[in-house]
Design a protein. Structure first.
Length: 238
């Protein structure tokens, strides 16, 4: 049996059970499996669960800065952002403005469909609040980093770090962590190792967010070394 479980075989645990067990699958994984089956392809995801202690502080900080800078302060929902997103979608008829916290993204990836409806958003909010009551912030961050999609068939930071950089997520540099974080909004269209305009722009934005939220201090520029000479050298007699 694959580690993610065949569709319908092992349900995703309730929020309360996630405090003591890792999910054997997610709705995101099951949806990708169904899509692969519809194309006549075998679904073999790369997915390795690791504890938060092995996910590296550069990656943790980059993800929080870019995706949810008040993660450790809110209780699952940023109501101001949610209200603004609702008003914008009401005016424009579009529901593509991002306002989901990390906790809401965990709820969506674990339990919900990708449809953009007000009912789905309401369920996402309710589940996020249940997750916040049942789990610590560190546990929520661990789950997020382990279930996030990072490419076609690549799930979780450990599998992504090994796929793109040939190393464990614990060993990612700041530059690599920023690159990994930069593609989270569109992981099947872009790769952390891409050098195109979109990824380059996103990396610059993630770095700016890290600095703005004081989760990273760039190294000071190194001045070229001074060439010291004897001040009397030119005055010496031959």
């Amino acid at each position: 049996m694959p580690p993610w479980g065949p569709p319908g075989a092992r349900p995703v645990p309730s929020p309360e059970k996630l405090a003591r067990e890792n999910p054997p699958t997610t709705q995101m994984l099951l949806r990708r499996a169904r899509q692969a089956e519809a194309r006549g392809k075998r679904f073999q995801p790369r997915w390795t669960w690791v504890p938060l202690s092995r996910l590296g502080l550069p990656l943790q900080n980059a993800v929080i800065a870019a995706e949810d800078s008040t993660f450790y302060q809110h209780r699952g929902v940023e109501w101001g952002l949610t209200r603004a997103a609702f008003l914008e979608s009401w005016k424009t008829g579009r529901r593509d403005r991002g306002a989901s916290t990390l906790t809401q993204q965990v709820a969506r990836n674990l339990y919900l469909s990708p449809e953009k409806t007000y009912l789905r958003k309401a369920r996402e909010i309710v589940l996020a609040q249940r997750l916040e009551k049942a789990l610590s912030k560190d546990r929520l961050l661990e789950i997020y980093l382990n279930i996030a999609e990072w490419g076609d068939g690549i799930f979780g930071a450990e599998a992504a770090a090994r796929a793109y950089f040939g190393k464990s997520a614990a060993d990612l540099t700041w530059d690599e962590a920023i690159a990994m974080t930069s593609v989270l909004p569109s992981p099947r269209r872009h790769r952390p190792t891409d050098t195109g305009r979109w990824v380059s722009s996103r990396k610059a934005w993630v770095l700016q967010r890290l600095v703005t939220t004081r989760r990273y201090t760039p190294p000071a520029p190194v001045d070229p070394p001074l060439v010291m000479t004897d001040p009397q050298e030119d005055e010496r007699d031959d």
